[in-house]
Design a protein around this ligand. Structure first.
Ligand code: AMP
Ligand code: GLY
Length: 435
């Protein structure tokens, strides 16, 4: 496998920061490392605990608490899941105490935390992206929107938990979004500047790239279903299901994406003076004029991680560790031929208000090649697993075909007992319907 790092150089203890499905998937893969590290999670969830991680009640955005935990537990490596602690500078703080971490420092985290910063980089380096302008005042924003016409996209600059992007089908909807952001208080300081962007049409794909300075490795392709409803209808969510590979991204298209988007992005970020060591998640629209960047995220996707990591046949801990040390070059990223699907089980009502505390009973024994990844679960006082979030579980299956993975995942979804469970029954539809 690796040449310049041997397993006995790998960390013997790892802290995973976060509490969702992405972090459970990371814990699951790290637990399989030949290095067999001690795993801590903060705040963690019952799924991570079931993989052998010890969970510590420190919130992901509590930087002081996280640094104290890493120190007290003599943690040798930290893997940061969510974007908020990255943008706040958790990795900078860990560097100060000499603990290597996977994830960019605050200057890299800004690529997700400011859509305007990203747009400026994309424009400066000529990386394909939709034309856009920045506004802080309503009237000029409205005038610009009228000049571009609908449909048009309004984006709050800052982090808004996935809710800061409005794809408006007419100008009155766009105007309401601009007023909400610039005059209302719905987005707080995240909405004090807006980006108004031409609407792109096409299919979306997520390209996850492990970056270490100017070195990078592209992970297997995936696609997610963002809307709550079947047929991709209803409000946007954090993601209701994913699959990998995304066959729409043919090897030729992937080459084009690497040449026009991935390599120039990694170079641009380094040229901006950012020493990025983490996951660059590039949201891409496959338009009739070629692939175009929708956004950068600076972390693994959720639920993309759930389908991408099981397709890696290498040691994921070693991959992340080497990226964090600037030693990614020469790492052998071996990918298997399997198809993976993740079906998200949500609480009825999500993405609006939903109940918490409903009992969940998982199938015993778990079917082979299926992993039930915990996203929003908790254990109540009687030790019963209960719902604790909008997205509750990610039922992930691996098989020789996407159909096989879907059959396995859906059979398991049916066997999960929970009164408030809802899930889409058409994950993968785009790929199944492709000619
Ligand atoms: P973002 O967080 O910027 O990726 O935006 C969230 C979602 O909004 C994307 O996944 C797309 O579905 C949609 N979106 C963002 N920008 C555009 C655009 N310029 N044209 C069409 N849809 C967009
Ligand atoms: N699934 C989309 C995201 O993680 O941003």
């Amino acid at each position: 496998m690796a040449d310049n790092v041997v397993p006995n150089n790998l960390p013997s203890s790892v802290l995973v920061v976060g509490s969702g499905g992405r972090e459970h998937s990371l814990v699951r893969e790290i637990a399989r490392s030949p290095a067999a590290p001690r795993i801590l999670a903060a705040p963690g969830n019952p799924g991570m605990a079931s993989e052998g991680a010890s969970c510590h009640a420190v919130a992901a955005d509590d930087l002081d608490g996280m640094v104290a935990l890493a120190t007290a537990e003599k943690v040798e490596f930290v893997v940061v899941g969510p974007e908020v602690p990255l943008a706040l500078g958790l990795v900078d703080r860990l560097e100060e105490i000499g603990v290597p971490a996977f994830g960019p420092k605050a200057d890299g985290g800004e690529l997700e935390a400011s859509k305007i910063r990203t747009k400026q980089i994309l424009q400066k380096y000529g990386i394909p992206t939709a034309p856009a302008e920045v506004f802080t005042e309503v009237d000029p924003a409205l005038a610009y929107m009228r000049s571009r016409g609908a449909p048009i996209v309004v984006k709050a600059d800052g982090l808004a938990a996935g809710k800061g992007v409005i794809v408006a089908s007419d100008l009155s909807e766009a105007e309401a979004a601009v007023r909400d952001m610039l005059e209302g208080n719905k987005f707080g300081s995240s909405g004090s500047r807006v980006l108004i962007e031409d609407c792109l049409r096409g299919e979306e794909t997520s390209i996850l790239v492990i970056v270490s300075g100017r070195d990078y490795l592209i992970l297997p392709t995936s696609q997610d279903h963002k809307r709550i409803g079947e047929g991709d209808t209803g409000p946007n969510t954090g993601g209701m299901g994913t699959y990998s590979p995304a066959v729409v991204v043919t090897p030729e298209l992937l080459q084009q994406i690497e040449k026009e988007i991935v390599r120039p992005s990694v170079e641009a970020i380094a040229d901006e003076g950012i020493d990025f060591r983490g996951t660059l998640f590039i949201g891409i629209m496959l338009t009739a004029d070629g692939p175009s960047v929708l956004e950068y995220n600076t972390r693994f996707g959720d639920p993309e991680t759930q389908v991408v990591l099981p397709r890696l046949d290498c040691d994921v801990l070693e991959l992340l560790w080497r990226a964090s040390l600037g030693q990614l070059a020469g790492f052998d990223l071996s990918v298997n031929d399997q198809h993976a699907m993740c079906v998200v089980i949500a609480s009825r009502g999500y993405p609006e208000s939903y109940d918490k505390g409903d009992a969940i009973n998982l199938p015993e024994p778990m079917p082979a090649n299926v992993a039930v990844i915990h996203a929003g679960t908790a254990t109540n006082d009687s030790g019963q697993l209960v719902t604790a979030g909008g997205r509750v579980l990610g039922v992930t299956a691996l098989a020789d075909s996407l159909k096989g993975a879907a059959d396995l995942a859906y059979a398991t979804c049916e066997q999960i007992d929970c009164v408030s469970k809802v899930f889409r029954r058409d994950i993968g539809a785009r790929q199944f319907n492709r000619k």
